[in-house]
Ligand binder design. Structure first.
Ligand code: S3P
Length: 438
């Protein structure tokens, strides 16, 4: 398969379509939770298809500091043995969440009820991200958490609350799986019932996994309730599905690069994550799900994607939690589609690893002046006029921006990516897979 190569970090134009099969690596959200929740059990849990990315390894480091035993049998296979639900140990060092918002936010929920001190740090991106959204509701439950910038930013210290946290009902102002999960984890230890009410349903991996650990959750509309537990009953094995957020880059690349046909194997298709399939289908994509099956408590499928003539679309807040991480990749689909794509209700993108609305518009406008950033979204003018001479774009050290630039480079006339190595946060083998497609 000739045509694509990367040299000096330059992605050259694909001369032929993308063809072949890719096995999609483990899901980041599920990998984090598999280690965290297993560390609350008291029997060994074998985790397979774990994502050995920098973010998930931050979670492994944090759980080890809290006394869990994590044996790496291979990069993708671990055995985690906890000391029971009430067996976490006071960490002797700082808990470093690295670049990972999921690690920090979920762990604040798990540590707020503990009777020891824990101090969190992270990288420069994580120091800028809003943590008040978790600290505020946990404080309403009685937690004592202090942080910089009026208890909203890292560094953050969790001190013992001095008494049991109190269950309560929290109407979440933003649909966020991280906030929801933090409160449910605190609810595992709180007095009475803890209820979270979401404006729109966010990814439900925490709920599915807690249930597989024997926790009974109650659902009413978009409200989820949990009670304190004496113990968690860990399953013997957790099989992590492939990450649809990683598959997203290939779904878009194969859709827009003529003469492509890719089979993406073992992709998680949990309905709370499949917004990208709905949007691409709506744009005219040629996507077929095959071999649908279960991977533990999560549904998976192989996805066949062929190139297609895409057209613009519009979507907003209601679908956002189901595709929030895929907006950068969807932007590339929109650039190569006929007509305009209007994305609204995406304000959360401004507080991800970087401000992704600004990053997308600033970098792609260097190539083709086809994007208008709005307060909470993007307007993308797609079409064949979007051609550029090979350009240089900055990743902002944000993994999803780097991979988005790479697929734009594959589909267009090449993009040189500044700071490309951040793909290791969620998809360490991304460039290798890409090189293997030519
Ligand atoms: C995640 C939830 C989402 C997502 C992030 C992972 C999770 O964040 O963007 O990459 O694992 O719970 P929010 O919950 O902040 O929307």
């Amino acid at each position: 398969m000739g045509g694509l190569y990367m040299a000096n970090r330059v992605v050259e134009k694909i001369k032929k379509g993308l063809r072949g099969e890719l096995v999609i690596p483990g899901d980041k959200s599920v990998s984090h939770r598999s280690v965290m929740f297993s560390a609350l059990g008291d029997t060994p849990v074998r985790i397979t298809n774990f994502l050995p990315s920098a973010d998930c390894l931050s979670t492994v480091g944090v759980m080890r500091s809290l006394g869990a035993k994590v044996e790496m049998l291979s990069p993708t296979e671990l055995v985690v043995t906890g000391n029971g639900l009430h067996g976490l140990k006071e960490p002797e060092t700082l808990l470093d969440a690295g670049n990972s918002g999921t690690t920090l936010r979920l762990m604040m929920g798990m540590l707020a009820p503990q009777d020891f001190v824990s101090v969190f740090t992270g990288d420069s991106s994580l120091h800028k991200r809003p943590m008040g959204r978790v600290i505020k509701p946990l404080s309403q439950m009685g937690a004592h958490i202090v942080g910089r910038a009026g208890n909203t930013k890292l560094p953050i210290t969790v001190v013992p609350a001095g008494k049991k946290l109190q269950g309560f009902t929290y109407d979440m102002p933003v649909a966020s799986a991280q906030v929801k999960s933090a409160i449910l984890l605190a609810g595992l230890f709180a007095e009475g019932t803890t209820t979270v009410v979401e404006p729109y349903q966010s990814r439900n991996h925490t709920e599915l996994m807690l249930e597989s650990f024997g926790v009974k959750l109650d659902y009413e509309g978009t409200a989820i309730s949990i009670q304190a537990q004496d113990k968690l009953t860990a399953p013997e094995e957790i099989l992590v599905p492939g990450d649809i957020s990683s598959a997203a880059f290939w779904l878009v690349a194969a859709s827009v690069i003529p003469d492509s046909e890719l089979l993406l194997k073992n992709v998680g298709i949990n309905p709370t994550r499949t917004g990208i399939l709905d949007v691409l289908n709506d744009m005219g994509a040629d996507i077929t799900l095959t071999n649908e099956r279960s991977s533990g408590s999560e549904p998976v499928a192989d996805i066949l994607v062929r190139s297609a003539s895409l057209h613009g679309t519009s979507f907003g807040a209601d679908i956002m939690p189901r595709l929030v991480d895929e907006i950068p990749a969807i932007t590339v689909a929109a650039m190569f589609a006929e007509g305009e794509t209007v994305i609204t209700g995406a304000g959360e993108l401004r507080v991800k690893e970087t401000d992704r609305i600004q990053a997308i518009s600033d970098q792609f406008n260097k190539l083709c002046s086809c994007i208008t950033a709005t307060k909470d979204g993007l307007i993308i003018r797609g079409g064949s006029q979007n051609v550029w001479q090979q350009g240089t774009c900055f990743s902002y050290d944000d993994h999803r921006i780097a991979m988005t630039l790479a697929i734009a480079g594959m589909a267009g006339n090449g993009v040189e990516i500044e700071q490309p190595d951040c793909v290791a946060i969620s998809y360490p083998s991304f460039y290798e897979e890409m090189a293997g497609l030519y």
